[in-house]
Design a protein around this ligand. Structure first.
Ligand code: ADP
Ligand code: ASP
Ligand code: MG
Length: 408
């Protein structure tokens, strides 16, 4: 007997028929003698619909109230899933995040899980119930409803698996595993049988939305056995996230390509190049809980510098007003500009550690297509570039080909 957490995404619970399908799969696992915790997302499109409704009332919605609204999507699907299981004669019980006591901090719309009280779930599992838990939501110390950021049900799934010391966490979605890149953009993309935790973390952090980054972080921290699978296919091993680098001579240099249009670029122009400037610019941004990703600073001959960094598109205006109101005068910057028509493309692979020439191949490939690189950032296993968003898909396709990712 094993304890398995199964997380089903939006397309897997998109309508009653799919929920019945999901219930049949859970029933099969139950019949094998396993204890099952099911985590569900809202029906596909529902979270977006709820966000739009909020914006119709208030263009920049108050985050506490937004979380109250968007968390309802998952409350519908837990009830439906529990009902579908009952219809199959299976004992099932639904739980909201607050009912489980998924305790988070109070950063509405992007809260972090601090603790999970697994006692009720354990007791119900031992009593033969399938526990159906709402993904994406939690509760802060004061009892306020919080949500975990887009794609957050993955994190609920893995965090529950960690708290319950589950044998496996299975992420069921609309693709049958993790691919070399999004198969919707590159049809030749290839499913990976396994991928190292390190690589998955980079792919997720660079925008591969197949797993939310925090779910991968949890899996790494608590060594959760994590697998991505199709909810539409009966068979198939999906993709396993592994924790050991395999001794594989055939290890490709690049394992995958991630991309996203979620970031915006902010440039502070004509900043005096003196100590403390980076802190003066980014300190107030951090104080406002705005995450900064890439940062570039280059000193010009005239002793001033341009300081460029990226933030989530949703937070560009907030960051711009903080800089214009609080920072520009103080540091005597000439101008502050925002650009949200950018995209980020990243190649990822542990093989990069032991190979040279990867960056030059990437830059040559983009140059040959006339794609201008605006920013570059690297780690041991990743090279990411910011480019004009209109070239994003082209860049992904040519890089996928140049690094021969479609070959087995
Ligand atoms: P769910 O609703 O099940 O959580 P998501 O839409 O969040 O599903 O994530 C699955 C999607 O992730 C796929 O449909 C695919 O378009 C996209 N995706 C992006 N990068 C990859 C990748 N490397 N491998 C597989 N899917 C990817
Ligand atoms: N329903 C939430 C979203 O659309 C959470 C999730 O699907 O993981 O982002
Ligand atoms: Mg998702």
């Amino acid at each position: 007997m094993a304890l398995i957490v199964q997380k089903y995404g939006g397309t897997s619970v998109a309508n009653p028929e799919r929920i019945r399908n999901l219930a049949r799969r859970v029933a099969r696992f139950k019949a094998m003698g396993h204890q099952i915790v099911v985590v569900v997302s809202a029906m596909s499109g529902e979270t977006n619909r709820l966000i739009s409704l909020a914006k119709e009332i208030m263009p920049d919605p108050d985050p506490r109230e937004l979380d109250v609204m968007v968390s309802t999507g998952e409350q519908v699907t837990i009830g439906m899933t529990a009902l579908a299981l009952m219809e199959l004669g299976i004992k099932a019980k639904s739980y909201t995040g607050a009912q489980v006591k998924i305790l988070t901090d109070d950063a509405y719309t992007k809260a972090r899980i601090l603790n999970i009280d697994e006692q009720h779930l354990k007791a119900d599992l031992d009593a033969g119930y399938v526990c159906v838990v709402a993904g994406f939501q939690g509760v802060d110390a004061k009892g306020n409803i919080t949500t975990l950021g887009r794609g957050g049900s993955d994190t609920t799934g893995v965090a529950l698996a960690a708290a319950l010391k589950a044998d496996e966490c299975q992420i069921y979605t609309d693709v049958d595993g993790v691919y070399t890149t999004d198969p919707r953009v590159v049809p030749e993309a290839r499913r990976l049988k396994s991928i190292t935790f390190e690589e998955m973390l980079e792919l997720a952090s660079q925008g591969s939305k197949v797993l939310q980054i925090r779910s991968v972080e949890f899996a790494g921290k608590y060594k959760v056995k994590l697998r991505v699978l199709s909810s539409f296919e009966e068979e198939g091993d999906g993709t396993l996230i592994t924790f050991e680098e395999e001794e594989n001579m055939e290890q490709p240099i690049i394992s995958g390509i991630a991309f996203n249009r979620d970031e915006a670029k902010i440039t502070v122009l004509g900043v005096p190049d003196t100590p403390g400037i980076a802190y003066q610019i980014l300190g107030p941004i951090a104080d406002a809980n705005v995450d900064v990703d890439m940062i570039i600073q280059n000193t010009g001959a005239d002793g001033t510098t341009d300081f460029t960094f990226t933030v989530h598109k949703n937070e560009m205006n907030k960051a711009l007003s903080i800089l214009r109101d609080k920072v520009q005068g103080e540091i005597k910057a000439r101008e502050i500009v925002g650009d949200d028509k950018v995209a980020k493309v990243a190649i990822v692979g542990v093989g990069m550690k032991s190979h040279v020439g990867v960056a030059s191949k990437m830059f040559r490939t983009l140059a040959e297509e006339g794609i201008n690189i605006q920013m570059i950032s690297t780690s041991e296993i990743k090279i990411a570039v910011v480019i004009d968003e209109k070239y994003m898909e082209l860049a992904v396709r040519v890089l996928h080909k140049a690094f021969e990712l479609e070959a087995a």
